[in-house]
Design a protein around this ligand. Structure first.
Ligand code: PLP
Length: 419
């Protein structure tokens, strides 16, 4: 690289990241194929505007074909009638989905942020809250699970035009069929946001909301293992509303690189190795959760069905911020998270969210997960937080992070930095 200042920063980041254990539930490492081929030829920088066959630009025939290929592959994997593959992120996919089915001032019913909802589901400072009337459902105060009877009652009372299901910090399966029934009961559209669980859905490990007739939104870089981006699935009847909401409603151009990345990713999804990977992600999350719970750290909902666990660190005398900081100091990346009915403000929070997509992609096995759990328990349960203890845990994390693994999807980067 010619840019010395930037190169230095990137080298630091490679070293920092590869020497860390990334347990952020929203993170993942794309597959080697996706990483290697995304910037193939002029795809690196070519872009177009509009939709295949209807572009206000000349010279787009090949880009049209690639976009159509991406659409066909997405529809096949998720059994959808139509896909829009242009959203630049999951948040923008949500905004477009709202725009496709809501008028300004209409009511949108979603899960509150502290119970696991996403910013784009109605955070007071998000654009969505200035366009629509956002009302929330929550989880059961005792079990912390979705209570569908309660959601139905709220929906009948509030008469929303759209209901959002699918979350950022809910570790259990979501009954999309039940949500579709609730939406039908009150004449609302169901928007299923599978940003976190798209990989599990694609592998058949979680119910596919597309089959319920819902509008489905997602980001691509979480469990699905793509590069930054999003897409929307919908029934054929909503095709034009959804497409118009994305372009010209919200975005202008579409980059060929993103479409290439998505096509590559989708071609891998049918493989046995993709399914095996997703199964191991869930197994690893269950195992890590049960080990931490054995150490006396409570898990919200008592466990997980997905790639994610949410720890109640307030119960062991820490704030989420303190817990996140302790782990960061020893090289483990995680994030603080609000818990349902959290007494603390978001900046502190009472929960800590962990996820296994990245460590699974890096080939961690059962004994690695056991070591991760012991390191986390020692850090979070330590009475004081002394230098000596911090340094010894830091060394153990470093050893784990720099251990070569045959199955590490980032092996090429690892070898370059390590040598
Ligand atoms: C991450 C996430 C999004 C947003 O994805 P971005 O691509 O980061 O905008 C949307 N919804 C949920 C539930 C998420 O967890």
């Amino acid at each position: 690289m010619e840019d010395i200042e930037l190169e230095k920063l990137l080298r630091y980041e490679d070293k920092h990241y590869l020497g860390s254990v990334d347990l952020i539930a929203a993170s993942n490492a794309p597959t080697a194929t996706v990483r290697a081929n995304t910037s193939w030829g002029v795809a690196q920088f070519r872009s177009a505007e509009g939709y295949p066959g209807r572009r206000p630009y000349a010279g787009c025939a090949n880009i049209d074909a690639v976009e159509q290929l991406a659409i066909r592959r997405v529809c096949k994997v998720f059994d959808a009638e139509h896909a829009n593959v242009q959203p630049l992120s999951g948040s923008l996919a949500n905004l477009a989905a709202y725009r496709a089915v809501l008028q300004p001032g209409d009511t949108l019913l979603s899960l509150s942020m502290n119970a696991g909802g996403h910013l784009s589901h109605g955070h007071p400072k998000h654009l969505v809250s200035s366009k629509y009337k956002v009302v929330h459902y929550s989880v059961d105060p005792i079990t912390r699970l979705l209570n569908y009877d309660e959601i139905l009652l709220i929906a009948r009372q509030e008469r929303p035009k759209a209901i959002v299901a699918g979350y950022s910090a809910y570790p259990r399966v979501i009954d999309f069929t039940r949500f579709a029934e609730i939406a039908h009961d009150v004449g609302a559209k169901l928007i299923a946001d599978i940003s976190h669980i798209a990989g599990l859905v694609a592998a058949g490990l979680h119910e596919n909301p597309s089959l319920t007739g819902a509008i489905v939104t997602t980001s691509v870089e979480k469990t699905l293992r793509g590069t930054r981006g999003g897409f929307i699935l919908c029934p054929a009847a909503l095709r034009s509303a959804v497409d118009t909401a994305v372009f010209p409603g919200l975005q202008s151009s579409v980059g060929l690189a993103g479409l290439v990345s998505l096509c590559l990713l989708l071609s891998e999804i049918g493989s046995a190795s993709f399914r095996r990977y997703q199964e191991r992600v869930v197994q690893n999350a269950r195992f890590l959760g049960s080990l931490l719970s054995d150490h006396g750290i409570p898990l919200v909902t008592g466990g997980t069905d997905t790639h994610m666990i949410v720890l109640d660190v307030y119960a062991i005398g820490l704030t989420g911020r303190d817990a996140e900081k302790r782990l960061e100091e020893i090289g483990i990346l995680s994030n603080r998270n609000l818990l349902p009915f959290d007494p603390l403000p978001p900046f502190k929070a009472s929960g800590l969210r962990l996820g296994t997509p990245t460590i699974t992609a890096r080939g961690y096995d059962e004994s690695d997960i056991r070591e991760v759990s012991e390191i986390i328990a020692s850090a979070l349960l330590a009475d004081g937080w002394e230098n000596a203890q911090r340094n010894s845990l830091r060394d153990r994390v470093s050893e784990l992070a720099w251990q070569p693994r045959a199955e590490d999807t980032l092996k090429d980067l690892y070898l370059r930095v390590h040598s």
